[in-house]
Design a protein around this ligand. Sequence first.
Ligand SMILES: NC(=O)c1ccc[n+]([C@@H]2O[C@H](COP(=O)([O-])OP(=O)(O)OC[C@H]3O[C@@H](n4cnc5c(N)ncnc54)[C@H](O)[C@@H]3O)[C@@H](O)[C@H]2O)c1
Length: 274
Amino acid sequence: MGRLTGKVAFITGVARGQGRSHALRLAEEGAAIVGVDLCSQMDSVGYPMATPDDLAETVKLVEERDARIVATQADVRDLGALRTAVEAGVAELGRLDIVLANAGIFPGIGEVASTGAAFDDVVDVNMTGVYNTIEAALPQLLAQGEGGSIVLTSSVAGLSGRLNLAGNAGMMGYIAAKHGVVGLMRAYANMLAPQSIRVNSVHPGAVNTPMIVNEGFGALAAEHPVELSRLVHAMPVEMLEAVDISNAILWLCSDEARYVTGVTVPVDGGFMIL
Ligand SMILES: NC(=O)c1ccc[n+]([C@@H]2O[C@H](COP(=O)([O-])OP(=O)(O)OC[C@H]3O[C@@H](n4cnc5c(N)ncnc54)[C@H](O)[C@@H]3O)[C@@H](O)[C@H]2O)c1
């Protein structure tokens, strides 16, 4: 018997990185997965984004764990598409218990990073996309009337302004959007507590995924050694692994955290204590 046996989790950005890791970790604990990912490139993002092949690989890996998954391509900026994905998942898997708003972009790389488009895109995906994800899932959670757990992926950049980069609209928008996610978390936690739907946010430090392990991010770090050196953990670890975030989320979604709501959980090797 797993810690999530019989539960169904809706996860955005499931094709690779942390989203895939969350799907696998929750599947190992008995959950079925409804997953979405954009699986295409955005102009303001200066590193390769996930592909349909990545999504297919997530499906394969979940199924290898003897778990069920309904995965589709959908954009978190499109509320209608998210609603369709949730409805299709619930039609096949029967219910919904957990929502992980994980999809995100980092448009702080290259020339486009200084443009308004970079700022707008990151707010649209990383903040409005989180709002859309919750709104798409809420009707099913409320109709079931059995509570639930919603975890929003913010960042240490959602708790601290330390990662600022002058003239980099993508980076400033990233920080703004990730702080905005905390506002959404608090408002929904407050609103949904009477229905026993818990809402929390996680705040990763640097995580070993293609979002920051890419040529463009390396060039940005080389160009801004002082500012980017602020992305250090207090503990002796250069980068966390995606599963470190998944394990914190697993706890937040399990009955072990049944009265934990409205909190910001850093998984950051002590970034926030520096
Ligand atoms: N990697 C880090 O160091 C780090 C640190 C703190 C927070 N985060 C956050 O963690 C989350 C996961 O990022 P990751 O590190 O796994 O990066 P990643 O780039 O590997 O994964 C992000 C996933 O989100 C998907 N996505 C992007 N835009 C989308 C959209 N509009 N609609 C649907 N899917 C979309 C991508 O296709 C990709 O599969 C993001 O919210 C990110 O901001 C990352």
